[in-house]
Design a protein. Structure first.
Length: 321
């Protein structure tokens, strides 16, 4: 789904949930009236009194006595209902059908903008649509284990990188710098890029995570008119944050490099933040890609430092905590 589809689907989800909630509220009121029949009678009497008052108001009559009669009757009925509810340990508004979200009345927005209920649903859909599948659900900042970096200098490097990643996600906006995660396989690059992506998606930002090969395959499928998964290649250009994982593992062709260059260059021109991870070091990038792409990667991206530690290998060996 693209951005507009995410908002449309979020609105649909909220409407569906609000409708279901209203049905449950109506059932609750029906059960309340069955338990305390007098409450239903009061509701009917209040409705009838209001109808008669409206007829009086539109009749042109200016009788103060009649006005006070309707007003007094309404107040007496409301007071009786209040006492009945209190005697059963129920709140004063227990008789009313409530909206699912009392902040916005199920509109999805307030005078301040999008309501928290809308943002929550949008975040969930964004995360589901981001490409950060269930395989990555445990890759969070809290689960990033520093104990595998046993040498003091490695630990210090990763503490600084982890802290920077947290700050990057916490204050994310479209002015954030691009990040190039370089280092050996298993050093934590994918883990931290996923953690950042997940944290940003949970804030409602439109995040797209993809491996370099999957992205190229999708452009290839689009080129030959085949259906592609994930809502089309436009999300690589209009997402708030694009994460390209494992750059350099793709099949090296002229087409694959042109795809990567086009995406990177387009997002640089539109100031769309990216996080790209690769096992290559700078000199290896230069030997694998054309100078025009390498120049953008090395000069337009910040490069947080990753320790030269293969955590995956250490886990296999049973090292660490």
């Amino acid at each position: 789904m693209n951005r507009s589809e995410l908002f449309r689907r979020t609105d649909e989800v909220l409407r569906e949930k609000s409708a279901d909630f209203r049905v449950s509220e109506e059932r609750r009121i029906a059960a309340l009236y069955e338990k305390i029949p007098r409450l239903k009678e009061i509701a009917s009497e209040l409705s009838g009194n209001m109808s008669r008052f409206m007829n009086f108001a539109f009749s042109g009559s200016k009788s103060e006595d009649e006005f006070n009669f309707y007003r007094k009757k309404s107040l007496l009925l409301q007071e009786e209902r209040k006492k009945i509810l209190a005697s059963h340990g129920l709140p004063e508004d227990a008789w009313d059908v409530h909206p699912r979200c009392r902040k916005c009345g199920d509109a999805g927005y307030t005078e301040k903008g999008l309501c928290e209920c809308f943002k929550k649903e949008l975040s969930a859909l964004t995360l589901e649509n981001s490409g950060l599948s269930s395989d990555y659900k445990n890759k969070t900042f809290d689960s990033f284990d520093l104990s595998y970096y046993t040498r003091p200098e490695d630990r210090e490097k990763m503490e600084l990188t982890l802290d920077y990643a947290k700050k990057y996600a916490r204050s994310f906006d479209k002015k954030k710098p691009n990040l190039l995660f370089m280092g050996r396989s298993g050093s934590g690059k994918t883990f931290l890029s996923c953690a950042i992506g997940k944290a940003c998606a949970e804030q409602g930002f439109y995040v797209c995570y993809v491996t370099a090969q999957d992205m190229i395959s999708e452009f290839e499928a689009e080129k030959f008119g085949k259906a592609s998964k994930g809502g089309g290649t436009e999300r690589y250009f209009d997402s708030d944050l694009l994460i390209i994982d494992d750059l350099g593992s793709e099949f090296a062709t002229q087409f694959s490099e042109s795809v990567i260059y086009n995406v990177v260059n387009s997002r640089l021109n539109s100031s769309g933040p990216m996080i790209i991870s690769t096992n290559f070091r700078p000199q290896e990038l230069s030997g694998f890609y054309h100078e025009r792409l390498v120049s953008r990667l090395l000069n337009e991206f910040l490069t947080p430092v990753f320790a030269d530690v293969d955590v995956r290998e250490l886990k296999k060996l049973g090292h660490g905590s």
